[in-house]
Design a protein around this ligand. Structure first.
Ligand SMILES: CC(C)(COP(=O)(O)OP(=O)(O)OC[C@H]1O[C@@H](n2cnc3c(N)ncnc32)[C@H](O[C@H]2O[C@H](COP(=O)(O)OP(=O)(O)OP(=O)(O)O)[C@@H](O)[C@H]2O)[C@@H]1O)[C@@H](O)C(=O)NCCC(=O)NCCS
Ligand SMILES: Nc1ncnc2[nH]cnc12
Length: 289
């Protein structure tokens, strides 16, 4: 019963983080409540339907890892659940890729949190996720993806490596950026600021696939400029600019959702525990952030 309650809560929060990300507005080149960014085949409704369709995937990933050390068998079962989740996502989105990166990144974090029975410890949660990501899965299809093609062409790490290296862009950039920004601006602005920090620093294979090295560099530089001159009207201008150049930072959007997920898990559990509503053990954040 305890396992089900904790895993359901993990899946609830994972889906909530995906919804929180897509509803955040105005985001550059991405789907939000104002427009569909640089995407012909996506919409807010599609993204939200996709997020809800993944609840069972995240729940199963958490149940699989609950209070268990990762093994090759667990890694292979994790991959099978993820591939089934991808099928469900493609079924509700009429074959659009809405959350493939998130199934991987947030799925690993769901497993990591479940492994510690709901505890969110920093940076252990990222190291635990990396431990699972580094195990082999002999059933991964050999087919080429947008990410694998650009990684081959440019020799740049992507979503797989980000997780295998314990999410360096969350640890070094988005988590500290969000915690600092939240002290001095509104929650919405802090999330937008965090997204810009990710775009400015991540080698997002979506940007590379769309615009090559030049497009990636352009998107990074424009995000960096806005960090020193942040305002909502400038965010809207950046959105127009990315749409004009048909650039979409989908990987950064996934990592923003992953960041919000771990923050919300630790905060909500902590608040719930204080009010005696949640029976989960919650540990504090390390002083490193
Ligand atoms: C390890 C996998 C994630 C596969 O990685 P790979 O690089 O081989 O595959 P891609 O299919 O390209 O997906 C990677 C997605 O990860 C996001 N991402 C990109 N860069 C980074 C980064 N540096 N760090 C973290 N995350 C990153 C990104 O996801 C978002 O963008 C998606 C839209 O992408 P795409 O379809 O390419 O976009 P469009 O430009 O719109 O396409 P066109 O229509 O123009 O062609 C969106 O879904 C966001 O989520 C990348 O897309 C993992 O999936 C894996 O192991 N796969 C093998 C199968 C498997 O076992 N699956 C189960 C895993 S649990
Ligand atoms: N809001 C968004 N728009 C487009 N692609 C995405 N991938 C993840 N979130 C996205």
């Amino acid at each position: 019963m305890k396992q089900h309650v904790i895993c359901k809560r993990i899946a609830d929060e994972a889906v909530a983080a995906l919804i929180e990300e897509v509803q955040l507005t105005p985001k550059p080149g991405l789907v939000d409540t104002e427009n569909n960014g640089a995407h012909h085949d996506l919409s807010l409704t599609k993204m939200q339907n996709s997020a809800h369709s993944l609840h069972n995937t995240f729940y199963q990933m958490a149940m699989l890892s609950f209070d268990r050390q990762p093994t090759v068998e667990i890694r292979e079962q994790f991959g099978a659940i993820g591939r089934y989740g991808e099928k469900e996502m493609f079924a509700v989105t009429e074959n659009s890729n809405t959350h493939k990166g998130a199934i991987w990144s947030i799925g690993l974090l769901c497993s990591a949190i479940a492994r510690r029975q709901g505890q969110v410890l920093f940076p252990q949660v990222f190291n635990d996720a990396a431990e699972l990501a580094n195990l082999p899965d002999q059933y991964i299809p050999k087919s080429k993806t947008n990410g694998s093609k650009v990684k081959e062409n440019y020799g740049i790490p992507g979503a797989r490596e980000e997780a295998q290296q314990a999410f360096p862009h969350i640890q070094k950039f988005s988590l500290p950026a969000f915690l600092q920004a939240a002290q001095r601006m509104s929650l919405r602005d802090a999330k937008l600021h965090t997204l810009l920090v990710l775009i400015a620093n991540l080698n997002d294979t979506c940007l590379l696939h769309r615009g090559g090295l030049e497009g990636l560099e352009f998107a990074k530089q424009e995000a960096k400029k806005l960090l020193t001159n942040f305002s909502i009207s400038n965010m809207k201008k950046l959105d127009e600019l990315y749409i004009k150049h048909w650039l979409s930072p989908g990987g950064s959007a996934d990592l923003l959702a992953a960041t919000l997920f771990v923050i919300n898990m630790s905060d909500k559990l902590k608040r719930g525990a204080q009010h005696g509503k949640v029976e989960l053990h919650v540990s504090g954040k390390s002083s490193g952030y």
